[in-house]
Design a protein around this ligand. Sequence first.
Ligand SMILES: Cc1cc2nc3c(=O)[nH]c(=O)nc-3n(C[C@H](O)[C@H](O)[C@H](O)COP(=O)(O)OP(=O)(O)OC[C@H]3O[C@@H](n4cnc5c(N)ncnc54)[C@H](O)[C@@H]3O)c2cc1C
Length: 426
Amino acid sequence: MQTSIPRIIIIGGGFGGIQAAKSLSRSKVQVYLIDRNNHHLFQPLLYQVASSALSPGEIAVPIRSVLSKYRNVSIIMDEVTSIDTNRRTVLMTNGSLEYDWLIVAPGSRHSYFGNEQWEQYAPGLKSLSDALKIRENILYSFELAEKFYHTSDAHKYLTFIIVGGGPTGVEMAGAIAEIARKTMLRDFPLIKKSDVRVILVESGTRLLSSFSEELSEYTKNALNSLGVEVLTGIRINHVAQDYVMAGNQKIDAKNIIWAAGNSASPILKSLNIPLDRSGRAIVNQDLSIGGCDNVFVIGDAAKHTNPNGSETPGIAPAAIQQAKYVAKVIAKSLPTSERPPFRYFDKGSMATIGKAKAVAMVGSFKSKGLFAWLMWSFIHVFFLIDFRNRFRVMLEWIWYYLTNRPGARLIIYSKKTVHDIKHDKQ
Ligand SMILES: Cc1cc2nc3c(=O)[nH]c(=O)nc-3n(C[C@H](O)[C@H](O)[C@H](O)COP(=O)(O)OP(=O)(O)OC[C@H]3O[C@@H](n4cnc5c(N)ncnc54)[C@H](O)[C@@H]3O)c2cc1C
C-alpha cells in the first residue's frame, strides 16, 4: 500500500538495528527492518553457547517478538545483497525496497586477513551457527579422544587453540579450560587432566590490549591458573586440518577457534564510499556517509571518529548510542547543518576469565576478580532482551556455579565436525 509518510529502512536486527526501530516507533514514519535471520542475538554470551553453558534459545529471541508492540515497524526476513543510493533502493535476495532514509547496521564477520581458507578448520564466533559448530567440535573431540585414546592421534583432539587475545579469545579460553579440564573429565574415564591442552595465542605483547597493563597481567595469571598456556608476541601464520604454525612452532590440534579479527559486511562495498582496512564505512561526524545525508551506517559496520579524536569502539553500547542519535536526526528531519556531531559516551568495558573471575574498567575505576565478575553477570543478565531469557540464564548460571555441570553438552547436528579423520584401529 502506498503511504506518504517517510519510509525508513533499517538493515540488521542486531543491537544497532533493534534500538533504531524502537527509537523510531513513536515517530510518524514507516519502518522496515530487514534481517537475514529471524532472531536478534545477544553476541556477548555467544561463547557460553560455544562452551555448552547455555542453549541457543537463551541468548536469542525472535526479532518479531522484540518489536511486535510497535505497529509502525515491519520485519522483513531476507538477505540484503546491495544498496543503490542513486535509486534510494535496497536490493535483497528476493525483491527490493525503496527508502527515504536508510540505516545500515549489518555488523561484522571474522576476518582471516586474506586467508579465508583457514575458516573451515578455525571457525570464528559471530553467529549461533558458529557457536554450535564450535560446541559440536569440542564435544565430538572428547568422544574421539576417548575412543582413540590409545592411538597417537588422541592428543590432537585434546588440544584447543584459541587465536586472538582480545575479550572474545580470553572468554573462550577460560570457558574451554573450565569444561575441558574439569567438567568433561568426569564423563570420560580414560582422559586425564594432563592430556588436555588449552593454548591462547596473541600476536601482540599482552592480552586485552584495550585494558590496563595491570588487568592484562591479572588476566594472564588467572588463565594460567585455569591451565591455559598463554603465548604472546606470536603470530599464527598457517592453519591446517590438524595443526597450526604459531611462529615457527607446529602445534597439533583439531580444535582451533578464531577470535583474531573482524571484517565488516560486504554490502558496504555497494555504497561506493571509502572503507577502512576492516571494510567498515568511514562515516561523517553525524554517522551519515559522504554524498548521502539520508544514509547512516552505525555499529560494527561504521568507522567513526569522535570530535576529540578517539575512535568509537565496536561494542554493543556504541551501536545502541549511535542508533538513538540517528533516530533523533531522522525523527526531526534535521538537515546536515543542524546535526550535532555524534559523541560516544564510554560506559567502560569488561571481560570474564572463567567462573567467578573477570576484569572491568570504567574510566579510571578498575576492578578484577569476583567483584568484577558479579558486575559482569548482572550487567549481562540485565541487558538480555527477553525477561524469560534473563530468568533462564540466571538459573543456568546458578546451576553451573554450584555443580560445575553445564547443561547443554549435546551433539545434535553432525558427527563429521572434527574433520572426519580416519584412524588406525586401536
Ligand atoms: C563473541 C562476541 C562477544 C562480544 N562481547 C561483547 C561484550 O561483552 N560487550 C559488548 O559491548 N560487545 C560485545 N561484542 C560486540 C557486540 O556484540 C557488537 O559490537 C554489536 O553486536 C554490534 O551491533 P550491530 O548492530 O552493529 O551488529 P550486530 O549485532 O552484529 O547485528 C547485525 C545484524 O545484521 C544482520 N545482517 C548482516 N548482514 C546482513 C545482510 N546482508 N542482510 C540482512 N541482514 C544482515 C545480522 O543477521 C545481524 O542480525 C561481542 C561480539 C562477539 C562476536
